[in-house]
Design a protein around this ligand. Structure first.
Ligand SMILES: [Zn+2]
Length: 143
């Protein structure tokens, strides 16, 4: 289990307007996303405590890794990932099984709870950053 701590301020992480917290996307990356790198792997986490929801992901106070996704390749990366999963005590599952495996540890954030993406044009020149909007505090990680 990991608990976020703010390195910049004396407050519980995450805090609205700050960047602290444990980051996670709502949806797993494409199965081929890790193919081009030796380091990037996909996994699933259960989050609880204070959460700040954003359009594509969230920041959390507490997290625990619940699964790692096996890479498509059968080389050294897969061997290292299986060893890491065993050392961490989590299953290494095919990417197509990641969501189902994670579902044993809790519910995904419902789509209606996710705030809209107010900046869908990512190629637009960035303006001043808007403070993140606090939408929800959620508790209740189910064992
Ligand atoms: Zn902070």
């Amino acid at each position: 289990m990991q608990t976020a701590r703010c390195a910049a301020h004396e407050h519980t992480a995450p805090r609205n307007g700050c960047t602290c917290g444990i980051y996670a996307w709502y949806d797993p990356p494409a199965r081929t996303a890790s193919a081009g790198t030796a380091e990037l792997v996909a996994g699933a986490v259960a989050l609880w405590g204070q959460l700040e929801l954003h359009a594509h992901g969230m920041r959390a106070e507490h997290a625990v890794l619940v699964a790692l996704a096996l890479p498509l390749s059968r080389g050294a990366k897969r061997t290292r990932l299986v060893a890491a999963a065993a050392a961490l005590g989590v299953p290494a599952v095919p990417a197509r099984r990641l969501v189902a495996t994670a579902s044993a540890h809790g519910e995904p954030i419902a789509r209606w709870m996710r705030p809209p993406d107010l900046e869908p044009n990512k190629r637009k020149a960035p303006g001043p950053p808007d403070p993140a909007r606090l939408h929800m505090v959620a508790d209740g990680y189910r064992r």
